[in-house]
Write a protein that binds this ligand. Structure first.
Ligand code: ADP
Ligand code: ZN
Ligand code: ZN
Length: 844
């Protein structure tokens, strides 16, 4: 195949450049350039990055004017043709540029400048248990030519591609093959990759009789040294020096003396960047399926064996064994040489979750989550691309894992809003998953105890032929444990009876009895609706951002006030800037306040607080959970983070401090989100032998989302919620597109926003789409606004929004995009920004 021309999407963020440009392929790159290659191309007066989206033999254009590609950026294309097609689909569906879709699919580490070398891939270091198959290493059979190249590279350490091409002319295909098989690897010298992390370890050098002798030789003064040696002998493997020092509370000098005596050795070793690489996971075997699990498993297996696209909505109560179903269906998928992606919300990518997958699949698993550094993420991503792993687990963006032969995509907690990306490209991982699965003839499992109304409605009514999942249900817990008893506590009554504390009498008594019995409590606070702001109690002044219409947030650590939208920061004032009063107060986060109150009511209580403040450092999240699991805390107090996926045997009480903080938010999903959270929280208690109890404190005890969550009654909740949605034509009975316009000049912005809405109306009328959604017709479109956005000003730019609401399968996204383009074109003022959010999740 001799492709002479490549069509390239360039990384230049402007509307005019959002289309492919033609470039010729220089001879030296022929055979290397593919659909999905990342290249450097001349554009204007500079060289920019771009992605090849198609190849042509020749162009109709005057070839003299076509410039050649300047540089090939990766030897193995970071994207495959199916991902390029997916990017095209995303751009149409979400009205975003091709380049933003393409960039979303590759790891951040690839975006920077990097030097590339070829070297022989390190043999797979097995990190999985002691199973026998870790003893032999797969060695691919090489041809003579391949062998020669590999030997050459091995001898040279690492070489550049140019060098290798010159040394082995005409063998580009073979070299490429070696790289994609993972025999040779492409090393990108990315900044955080070269900076190796080193750590000091210490290990005993004696054992057996020698150790006995050594132990008995210590004098009384050397008691601490003896302790260290004893400890090292017990553990029987090298430990980090830091860990030894902190565990035994000894000084480095003590360990040093032990080394001088020849009983221990201190070494400096490199730490692997994969945070789980050095951890051993206990291997687990598939569990005997319960009858419910078996039905579900059989249905999904049949679909997997068919190798045709299919979607399932797995509605299973918390603790019904959904994860076990995922594990077994994944097993089935990878045993047929196909790969699986598991999506979980970032927040539930807990060590427990990771352990369950690593325990079953060991080193076949790659992990992609945001707590990894760019370099770590890049390593994991490369394992996927090189076919070294068969399962990828991660948050939202793991949906782009570059597997070649996908068989299964699992989306756990499919109702979570974090699956929607709030920045461009504003995609929803659920829709992307469905599209990718369709490309590969793969199966999608959407799992949840509280499915989103969109998914549930689609499964129930089977209307939308593009996305109509088969509904599968699991109502029992394999453990036989019952869903906990849930009590609704009316806080208005507490107040009437003179209890002004944030704890009702019932919850107070509950905590007290858990403390007595040595059992644990989880306290949950809905973060939405609470914030840390500064207010003057004398005059009511609230510190706000000078550039955005929003109050500043107090950060305790740095003692300053910060704007969440633009990053503006200022020292926290000690007197009110308005009236000079000293009664200016920092209202801490909800969790800080609760912690203070707990300490007052229960002196000596041990509280593990988990919120954005306490978990911002790497690994903090895991540490806190570990402490609680080891019963170093009586109470786990936190926000959304404690509601997800945690499973502690000794938790018998769950308290929700204020259930309704989010119910009054101006968001049509407020009731749904509250119901989901409460159901999830309630599922935390009594998952094991000990029976559980849940108290939900609320000022709105009659609200249907509170009532049905307390009864674990998803169906009744959905019935009421759907009635309300239908009446107001909200999703799933309509589709929404939120358009936000922003500009520094308010009058101009208002005029443009009105023109915009008017143009949409006019065009829709002409197309015969415009009409009241109340009227019975399969197609209707309405546009609301413009109105000021919930945050009316950010970074000194005013913001107005319009909401397009429609029913039917018309190309409304295309229409909105077109009107946005003409609005821009007519105004000739590039500082007007129009942002389009298709299927918005955050309405405030
Ligand atoms: P979910 O993901 O639906 O919340 P899990 O998969 O976490 O539920 O399962 C809840 C508990 O039930 C876990 O402790 C799990 O080990 C156990 N479990 C799941 N399936 C089985 C089974 N077939 N037999 C016995 N225990 C099971
Ligand atoms: Zn004041
Ligand atoms: Zn600001």
């Amino acid at each position: 195949m001799n492709f002479r021309l490549a069509q390239v999407i360039v990384d230049v963020p402007s509307r005019e450049t959002d289309r492919p440009f033609d470039y010729s392929i220089p001879k030296s790159m022929q055979g290397w350039i593919e659909v999905g290659s990342r290249v450097g191309v001349p554009f204007g007066h500079r060289t920019v990055q771009g992605f090849v989206v198609s190849l042509k033999k020749d162009s109709e254009m005057d070839s003299a004017r076509i410039k050649p590609i300047a540089e090939l950026l990766d030897l193995v294309p970071p994207l495959s043709p199916d991902l390029v097609e997916l990017a095209e689909w995303m751009s149409r569906k979400y009205a975003c540029s091709m380049i933003s879709s393409l960039q979303a699919m590759i790891p951040a580490a690839l975006k920077g400048k990097a030097e590339r070398y070829i070297s022989v891939a390190e043999q797979e270091k097995e990190s999985y248990g002691d199973s026998a198959d870790s003893l032999f290493v797969m060695q691919p059979l090489l041809t003579g030519e391949e062998e020669e190249i590999v030997t050459y590279v091995k001898a040279s350490g690492s070489v550049t591609l140019d060098h290798l091409n010159t040394r082995f002319p005409g063998q580009a295909g073979i070299i490429k093959g070696l790289i994609s098989q993972g025999v040779l690897s492409e090393v990108q010298l990315i900044k955080d990759k070269v900076r190796k992390k080193m750590v000091k370890t210490v290990a005993a050098t004696v054992s057996g009789n020698e150790a006995e002798a050594a132990l008995s030789s210590f004098t009384a003064q050397a008691r601490r040294q003896k302790e260290v040696l004893q400890f090292l002998l017990e553990v029987g493997m090298p430990l980090s020096l830091q860990e030894v020092l902190s565990t035994l509370r000894v000084t480095a000098g003590t360990v040093k003396k032990l080394e001088e005596k020849g009983y221990a050795v201190i070494e400096e070793v490199e730490v692997f960047r994969d945070p789980y690489q050095n951890r051993r996971f206990k291997g687990t075997e598939p569990l005997q399926r319960t009858p419910e699990q078996d039905v579900v498993y059989s249905r999904i297996s049949a679909a997997l064996d068919d190798r045709t696209f299919g979607t399932f909505l797995l509605h299973g109560v918390t603790g019904s064994g959904k994860t076990e179903v995922y594990l077994q269906t994944i097993e089935r998928c990878i045993s047929s040489e196909r790969q699986a992606i598991v999506l979980v919300p970032e927040i539930s990518l807990t060590p427990q979750m990771v352990e369950r997958f690593k325990g079953r699949f060991g080193s076949k698993v790659a992990l992609l989550h945001s707590r990894l550094s760019h370099g770590e993420r890049y390593d994991e991503w490369r394992k996927i691309r090189e076919g070294k792993v068969q399962v990828a687990i991660g948050a939202r963006s793991a949906i782009f894992a570059p597997f070649r032969n996908l068989g299964l995509i699992v989306m756990d907690e499919e109702h979570e809003t974090s699956y929607k990306q709030e920045e461009t490209p504003k995609y929803h991982a659920r829709d992307v998953a469905v599209h990718r699965a369709r490309q590969h003839g793969a199966v999608v499992i959407l799992g949840s105890a509280t499915p989103s109304l969109e998914s549930y409605y689609a499964a129930r009514s089977q209307v939308d032929d593009k996305f109509a999942p088969v509904l599968l249900e699991m109502k029992q817990r394999p453990s036989g444990s019952h869903l906990p008893a849930v009590h609704i506590v009316d806080m208005r009554e507490e107040l009437r009876d003179g209890n002004r504390s944030m704890f009702s009498r019932a919850l107070h008594a509950g905590i007290a009895s858990r403390l007595e019995r040595g059992e644990q409590t989880v306290l949950f606070l809905n973060r939405r609706g609470y914030s840390t702001f500064v207010m003057c109690r004398t005059c009511g002044y609230v510190a706000g951002c000078p550039d955005c219409d929003i109050s500043l947030t107090y950060h305790q650590k740095s003692n300053n006030l910060r704007c969440h939208y633009c990053g503006y920061a200022t020292p926290a004032p000690s007197v009110c800037p308005e009236c000079g009063s000293e009664h200016i107060r920092y209202f801490g986060t909800g969790t800080q306040r609760v912690e203070g109150e707990l300490a007052k009511l229960f002196p000596g209580i041990r509280v593990v607080r988990m919120d954005v403040d306490t978990t911002s450092e790497k690994g903090a999240h895991e540490k806190l959970l570990k402490a609680f699991r080891e019963k170093k805390g009586d109470v786990l107090l936190g926000t959304q983070m404690v509601a997800k996926g945690l499973d502690f045997p000794d938790v018998t009480l769950v308290g929700v401090i204020a259930a309704d903080t989010a119910l009054n938010l101006p968001d049509f999903r407020a009731a749904e989100k509250t119901f989901q959270l409460l159901t999830q929280v309630a599922g935390r208690a009594g998952r094991h032998q000990l029976p559980g109890e849940v108290f939900i404190q609320t000022y709105m005890p009659e609200h249907y989302s509170v009532v049905h969550a307390s009864g674990h009654d998803y169906d009744s909740f959905v019935r009421e919620e759907l009635k309300y949605r239908k009446g107001l034509h909200y999703p799933p009975y309509s589709k929404l597109i939120l358009v936000t316009l922003s500009h520094e000049k308010l009058p101009l912005l208002l005029r443009m926003a009105e023109n915009f809405a008017g143009d949409i109306r006019l065009k829709a009328q002409r197309l015969g789409w415009y009409g009241n959604l109340d009227r019975f017709s399969s197609e209707a479109l309405d546009i609301m606004g413009p109105v000021a956005s919930p945050i009316p000003r950010i970074k000194n730019r005013y913001r107005f929004q319009c909401m397009v609401k429609y029913r039917g399968s018309m190309d409304v996204v295309g229409l909105v995009r077109e009107i946005a383009l003409t609005t821009h074109h007519n105004l000739r003022d590039s500082s007007l920004q129009i942002s389009i959010d298709v299927d918005p999740q955050m309405l405030m």
